[in-house]
Design a protein around this ligand. Structure first.
Ligand code: AAT
Length: 283
């Protein structure tokens, strides 16, 4: 058996078996590898870290998209930063009332290879007439975007190492605030509370966002193949609160079939464990 292994901390590693190493290349931005195995199906890694696999991608993509869509049923213009596998766009495009989706992904190779090897996330995304693709740095994209031009920004990024680093800076969050309209919502990949290195990233990101947005929450989901399995998204907003203002009855009327997200979980996912709350409040 061949094993893909990544380091979750200095003293903890995660391995999954694969049958085929489908593709390996060093793009202009990162090392990209696609594998195929029995348990997790096709999966890809960037710089030796799991990004997407066929078995648990539904968890991540449900949770990055649906809580915000339920909070504001009037969302029409959506900006996705990163998200090159297409899974986040796929979920956003399920809403008939969404009019424009822009994806600013730094690495076109991630998108092209996902179209080839991961149709589960990438199929049909480029063809949707509401979709505009920009293969450029997300920070550069938001710097040039006009004020108040988006209802929702979804930061579907790698961890704050190498190319993803700029997406965890105060400058980036400030630009996001500027390009969001008055009911705008920012969802960001918020790392994990469990292993020290990820917890540091989580705390820093939260502090920066809290200094800029009037409403900030963190919500959790269970992602088996990301370090420790306990992962978070940040919910930052200019006026809408995801618990007080969400129109969950309206969300149910859409009749979307989701495998992870539901309206009970919408409320439950914002309830955090004590040790996570403590990390987020004691800076
Ligand atoms: N949909 C879940 C998959 C990802 S991939 C994250 C994407 O962010 C990658 O395609 C990467 O190329 C892109 N990216 C990284 N930095 C930038 C940037 N500066 N601008 C635009 N796109 C960028 C998320 C996995 C989360 C993993 C958590 N451990």
């Amino acid at each position: 058996m061949k094993w893909y292994t990544e380091e979750w901390s200095k003293e903890c590693k995660f391995s999954i078996a694969y049958d085929e190493h489908l593709h390996s290349e060093k793009s202009d931005f990162q090392q990209i590898d696609f594998y195929k195995g029995e348990e997790f199906g096709t999966f890809f890694t960037l710089d030796g870290l799991m990004m997407v696999n066929e078995k648990d991608e539904f968890i991540y993509h449900d949770m990055i998209v649906h809580p915000a869509m339920a909070t504001n049923p009037a969302i029409k213009n959506v900006l996705i930063i990163g998200g090159g596998d297409g899974g986040t766009a796929r979920e956003v495009l399920r809403y008939g009332h969404v009019e424009n989706v822009v994806m600013a992904e730094i690495d076109e190779r991630v998108f092209r290879l996902s179209q080839e090897y991961l149709p589960i996330t990438a199929l049909g995304v480029e063809e949707d007439p509401r979709m505009t693709l920009h293969f450029e740095d997300g920070l550069a994209y938001v710097k040039n975007a006009p004020d108040h031009s988006f209802d929702l920004i979804l930061v579907d990024s790698t961890d704050p190492i190498s190319v993803g680093e700029g997406l965890f800076t105060t400058a980036f969050y400030q630009e996001c605030f500027r390009v969001l309209n008055d009911k705008g919502i920012l969802i960001n990949q918020h790392e994990s509370p469990y292993f020290a290195e990820y917890a540091e990233n989580m705390k820093k990101a939260h502090q920066k966002i809290k200094d800029i947005f009037p409403i900030t929450h963190v919500y959790q989901y269970h992602m088996p193949t990301y370090p420790s399995g306990h992962w978070l998204f940040g919910f930052a907003s200019k006026s809408l609160d995801p618990l007080q203002d969400a129109d969950l009855a309206q969300w149910e009327r859409y009749g979307l079939k989701t495998k992870y997200y539901n309206v009970d979980l919408h409320k439950g996912s914002f309830a955090l464990s004590s040790y996570v709350k403590e990390q987020l409040t004691h800076e």
